[in-house]
Each structure stands twice: as C-alpha cells, then as structure tokens.
Design a binder for this molecule. Structure first.
Ligand code: NI
Length: 173
C-alpha cells in the first residue's frame, strides 16, 4: 500500500465530475487500499478518489471501528432532515465551517468487494457520505456556505495560502 498525495484547493481535478467505475479490477482494489492508507495517514475520516488525483467514483471512510469502508459508484437515493455541523476537508487544510447537510441518507453502491449494498446512514456517517459524494461531482464544502462566508474564505486563501501541514483535527474529509 502507498500513501498518495492529496490534491489541494485550486487543483482543477477537484472541480471535475468523476467517472463511474466499470468493474472492480485489481487496479481499483489497489487504489482503494491506497486511499484508506492515505486517509488514516492524513488523520481524515473520509476521502474521495479525485482528492488523490484519480477521477473515478470511489470513496473511503472511517467506519468508526478502527477500520474503513469503501464505496464504489455511491449514489444517494433518499435524504431526510437537516442538520448543521462543522466540516473540514483534507483538500482545504486549516479551513473549517458549519455546513447544513441532510441528517440521514440512503445510499446504493458497490462495496470494496464489488457486491451491491444499500444502507441508511445517519449523523456523522451521513455527513461524510454527502461530503465525499460531492467530491465526485466536483463540489467542495465551501460551495454550500453563504456567499459572504465563502468569499471571506476564498480571500483568506488567496492572501495567506493554505498551511503546508494541516493541523490535526478530528473532522477532515
Ligand atoms: Ni473533502
């Protein structure tokens, strides 16, 4: 396994729409393993393939039980509720803001072994999935902020740049 380099805000790949994966080849399995290693090395709780320069619809997330869950071609088919909480992103180190997300989501995907899965996720787990599926569509969490807040963050990044090493934080995706 290998730790991959995480692309940062400004990299055009973060704004591309990622392509569905046609079949779970050994190469895809290797990418998923490398994404898991990268996520844990970066102390993230979720990671999408475009964040490591791979424009495919793959996400991994911390399962909260010292393991990771991989989802291939994830689709959110139902949403319910709304909840605000602070979010960060491994591609925007040092930037945190409150984002409104659905409280629960129903997801269809293939798991890391290629089997179809359908499940409901709530709270933090639901938030991570929404954040990562956004990455697959070229959307960043700052896109959900009120324009005034978003502009303030963009100006700050233009002026100061992003920190070289992100301060470790419990919530980076
Ligand atoms: Ni992110």
């Amino acid at each position: 396994m290998a730790v991959l380099s995480v692309r940062r805000y400004g990299d055009p790949i973060l704004r591309q729409k990622a392509t569905p994966v046609a079949s779970l080849t050994p190469a895809i399995t290797t990418i998923l393993e490398d994404m898991v290693e990268t996520m844990f090395q970066q102390v993230g709780i979720g990671l999408a393939a475009p964040q490591v320069g791979i424009p495919l619809r793959l996400i991994v997330m911390d399962d909260g039980k010292r393991g990771a869950r991989a989802l291939v071609n994830p689709v959110i088919i139902e949403r319910a509720g709304a909840v605000r909480a602070e979010e960060g992103c491994l591609s925007l180190p040092g930037i945190f803001a409150e984002v409104e997300r659905s409280e629960s989501v129903r997801v269809e995907a293939l798991d890391g072994g290629g089997a179809p899965v359908s499940f409901e996720a709530r709270d933090l787990h639901a938030r991570v999935i929404q954040h990562e599926v956004d990455h697959l569509d070229g959307i960043l969490f700052i896109d959900h902020l009120p324009p005034v807040t978003r502009d303030r963050i963009k100006k700050r990044i233009q002026k100061d740049g992003l920190p070289e090493a992100a301060p470790h934080h419990a919530f980076a995706l």
